[in-house]
Design a binder for this molecule. Structure first.
Ligand code: F6P
Length: 323
């Protein structure tokens, strides 16, 4: 019988469970024996595998996080770790692996592919910074969660006439910040891809005040050259008044904890199913993602160690709309 293993790796993302469910059920339907690996590459190296049948993945699609558990595994970036992972697979006669995760995880997948393993990656990270997919599993739900929080912050900001610096996740990517910024009607959006001087941020907030706004929201990506805390420190030192009183809110990991919405459930299901088809028929050593609405396989060689850029038109739109 054909055997494949599946794992989730790196930061959890809403929709990982839907992808797992699709891998298991489509895998079983196509004659595979499917093994789930607990806690990502850590579990692969340690050998924590569990056979999964269709019933084992019932009732998980609507849950955030990953029922397999995940990990950030430094050992996977070492030759020893990779060899140990391959050894554990060989011990069980498993010659195919599906990796559901973001850029770091796909770099690990690429390393295993280069050592001869049949590997297929599934594009999954809230940061949406992975090449090979216009949108990655989890990003849409994370944005929705952040947006709901910002809508609430606006209520208190407008009641007290304050400016909120709201820090959102994304590592070195400004995708979450740009989308939350536009969708919440932010006065300012600060992202890593387009570094700005804190003085310019201060000017934009002051200008919003002078235009008669009752409050302001600045969405700041955590990976920006100046994050929310750094901006607040700068303003405290250099600006007696910005027009508004200032508060900082770091949304943090709450953004990862949402239940996946329909966009993420559908994306994850389609990518999970496509990953099985890809690992069955080949070629492997690829990432499956969604490009212009179609499911596309991109060589891991073109994905690993690289990052997708941010569309500058989004930032321009945010700026124009902030009048
Ligand atoms: O990659 C997903 C992500 O949530 C990033 O946005 C964030 O910088 C990072 O993970 C946080 O990592 P951890 O959960 O390990 O603190």
């Amino acid at each position: 019988m054909k055997r494949l293993a599946v794992l989730t790796s790196g930061g959890d993302a809403p929709g990982m469970n839907a992808a797992l469910r699709a891998v298991v059920r489509v895998g079983v339907a196509n004659g595979f024996e499917v093994f789930g690996v607990h806690h990502g590459y850590h579990g692969l190296i340690q050998g924590t595998f569990k056979a999964l049948g269709a019933r084992d993945v019932g009732g998980i699609m609507e849950r955030g996080g990953t029922v397999l558990g995940t990990a950030r595994c430094a050992a996977m970036f070492t030759e020893d770790g990779q060899d140990q992972a391959l050894f554990q697979l060989r011990q069980r006669d498993i010659d195919r692996l599906i990796v559901i995760g973001g850029e770091g995880s796909q770099t690990g997948a690429h390393a295993l592919a280069r050592k001869g393993l049949a590997v297929v990656g599934v594009a999954s990270t809230i940061d949406n910074d992975l090449l090979g997919s216009d949108i990655t599993i989890g990003a849409t739900t994370a944005i929705d969660v952040a947006l709901e929080s910002v809508d609430r912050l606006r209520v208190t900001a407008s009641s007290l006439g304050r400016v909120f610096l709201v820090e959102v996740m994304g590592r070195e990517s400004g995708y979450i910040a740009a989308n939350v910024g536009i969708a919440c009607g932010a006065e300012v959006v600060v992202v890593p891809e387009s570094p700005v001087d804190p003085e310019d941020v201060a000017s934009e907030i002051l200008a919003a005040y002078e235009r008669g706004k009752s409050h302001a929201i600045a969405i700041v990506a955590e990976g920006a050259r100046h994050n929310a805390e750094a901006l607040a420190d700068y303003f405290a030192k250099h600006h007696a008044r910005l027009g508004f009183d200032l508060r900082v809110c770091r949304l943090g990991h709450v953004q990862r904890g949402g239940a996946p919405g329909v966009i993420d459930r559908m994306l994850a299901t389609r990518l999970g199913a496509a990953a099985v088809a890809q690992i069955d028929a080949g070629p492997t050593g690829v990432l499956v993602g969604s490009v212009a609405g179609a499911i596309v396989a991109t060589a891991l060689n073109d994905v690993a160690g690289r990052k997708k850029g941010l569309d500058p038109a989004l930032l321009e739109l945010a700026r124009v709309l902030a009048q």
